[in-house]
Design a protein around this ligand. Structure first.
Ligand code: ADE
Length: 240
């Protein structure tokens, strides 16, 4: 899979050389290219922004600079992602859909955002999605680019060593939060690992984990539980 990130702060994306994503890049599973938007400016000061029409605080990123950058970087099959607090919520479902793409391009805006004609122009010719990480405001799209690349890359075949670890995690197929996990020592600072996990009884362990996942989800994210199909929940419960 090819991923391009365009930013005025390419150094912000340096962590993508580390850990599983870095390894996926080095092994060729992920063709990740980070670009400096200023490479597409045409003035001595390498200007990427200007004052907003209609007035108001802050600066807006120029459509001509972004247009040239995207002409060079976005392939015909590419899916353009524009991080914005005004975008659609980025979820595990979004990551799953994006993992099937040939190319994604993340266009990182700064200041008050990118001139709206850039999205309008690209949407007329290809796929564009404005995505939001959540209901808060960041200084730019770079953190969202890090999030998208990590969430998508770990779903690519071969990136996560043991694919089973993708099955039971939070926001996975079951739609529940993950159960709590423990390792050695069995007793630490007066806190004991739940007895059932030491029992060696796979059926009881599976039942306990399912109950914990349900209980956690009900307490912490009742919205997730409410969105699940009751018949499907019952079926899954009987299967444990
Ligand atoms: N840029 C600024 N705020 C953002 C958010 N919440 N999600 C994605 N991109 C952003």
């Amino acid at each position: 899979m090819r991923v391009d990130v365009v930013s005025i702060f390419p150094e912000y994306l340096a962590p993508l050389e580390l850990s599983l994503v870095g390894k996926a890049r080095r092994s060729g599973l992920l063709d990740l290219r980070v670009h400096d938007l200023r490479d597409w400016t045409d003035d001595r000061h390498r200007t990427v922004d200007d004052t907003p029409f209609g007035g108001g605080a802050g600066m807006v990123m120029r459509p001509d600079v972004w247009g040239r950058a995207l002409d060079d970087v976005l392939t015909p099959a590419g899916h353009l992602l524009v991080p914005s607090p005004a975008g659609e919520r980025f979820t595990q479902r979004t990551a799953e859909a994006l993992a099937g793409e040939e190319q994604i391009v993340v266009a990182c805006g700064r200041y008050e955002g990118i001139d709206a004609r850039v999205v309008e122009d690209r949407a007329a010719r290809g796929r564009v999605t404005e995505i939001s990480l959540g209901d808060y405001v960041l200084n730019g799209g770079e953190v969202a680019a890090l999030v998208v690349v990590e969430a998508v890359a770990r779903l690519l075949p071969g990136v996560v060593g043991n694919p089973e670890s993708l099955v039971e995690e939070s926001h996975g197929a079951a739609g529940l939060l993950e159960y709590p996990v423990y390792t050695k020592p069995p007793s630490w600072q007066g806190h004991d690992v739940p007895e059932v996990l030491l029992s060696g009884h796979h059926g009881r362990v599976a039942r306990w984990r399912r109950d914990q996942a349900l209980e956690r989800t009900a307490h912490r994210r009742p919205d997730l539980l409410a969105a699940l199909d009751v018949a499907e929940l019952d079926r899954a419960d009987l299967a444990v």
